[in-house]
Design a protein around this ligand. Structure first.
Ligand SMILES: Nc1ncnc2c1ncn2[C@@H]1O[C@H](COP(=O)(O)OP(=O)(O)O)[C@@H](O)[C@H]1O
Ligand SMILES: [Mg+2]
Length: 264
């Protein structure tokens, strides 16, 4: 199973939208996908009308009794819950607190045998729960919005946190890092047709680790509101919609390619 976590220091950059749409897209391509909602706001779970405190991700850290909910043949979800906001405090006193998800998955490997991809959505922070998810990940995808503070600055802030975590999380015997995840950057919510957006698009192409460019478009909002993946929305086949869907398909293929390359 290839484990991919969407993570960013900021909210509103498209983590949940991308988890939902990219995960659904992979499922539509025939991959078996499990989504994991680690945000206590549980936006991703609510997309599937799942509102519960029973047998959610929270239980990984308490009694271990978790139930994976099946959405369709190719798509399942391990739901999040409002109780997840209590975790940070609960975990502080635990030994190995950043590796509890890893250990629980090792003990429940049979639950994940059928899946090709795990797609993890996170809360905007670099807390203990997010660290648990990064610890199990093969790839971390960081959506960054072009902003007044700049793409590069947000990227650098994320890199610093990731480096700190990699240095902290070492095997005590070998002193090698326990974190294998490769970090990639996605330009998200990129607005078009302004001079600054063109300059931005040119400059990000040169940034190492940059893999995809997701435009700011109304279909993503419609997708959130209607709780349907963008490719399942009933659109008029206008040329501009066809172009948009082709663009997104290309960008999702870029993500797929970058996350299938051997981790080195
Ligand atoms: N590419 C996009 N174009 C337009 N709206 C978007 C796009 N990505 C996300 N949004 C909208 O922005 C809001 C925040 O996105 P969300 O995915 O919830 O961010 P996060 O999970 O990072 O907090 C949502 O209302 C969503 O519909
Ligand atoms: Mg979110």
């Amino acid at each position: 199973m290839n484990i991919i976590t969407f993570s960013a220091s900021k909210g509103g950059v498209g983590k949940t939208t991308l988890s939902f749409n990219y995960g659904s897209w992979l499922a539509s391509k025939g991959y078996k996908v499990i989504l994991v909602d680690t945000d206590y706001q549980a936006n991703l779970s609510s997309t599937f009308n799942i509102f519960t405190n029973e047998n959610t991700l929270f239980n990984v850290f308490t009694d271990g009794n978790v139930e994976i909910r099946k959405i369709n043949d190719n798509l399942s979800i391990l739901p999040g819950a409002p109780t997840l906001d209590k975790l940070e405090v609960i975990l502080q006193s635990k030994i190995n607190r950043e590796f509890l998800m890893m250990m629980w998955m090792q003990d429940h490997a049979d639950m994940f045998e059928e899946f090709d991809f795990m797609i993890v959505d996170t809360h905007p922070e670099f807390g203990t729960l997010t660290k648990n998810m990064i610890a199990i990940s093969d790839h971390v995808l960081v959506p960054l919005e072009p902003s007044e503070y700049g793409f590069t600055q947000s990227k650098n802030q994320y890199d610093i946190r990731m480096d700190e975590f990699k240095k902290e999380a070492v095997d005590l015997k070998t002193r090698t890092s326990l974190i294998d995840a490769k970090v990639h950057y996605i330009a998200s919510r990129v607005k078009h047709n302004t001079a600054s957006s063109h300059a931005f698009e040119e400059s990000i192409k040169t940034i190492p680790g940059f893999i995809a460019n997701i435009p700011e478009r109304e279909v993503f909002n419609t997708s959130t509101l209607e709780k349907k993946p963008i490719f399942e929305l009933n659109h008029q086949n206008t040329q501009s919609n066809i172009n948009l869907f082709n663009t997104i398909e290309t960008q999702f293929n870029n993500i797929l390619k970058a996350t299938q390359e051997e981790n080195s």
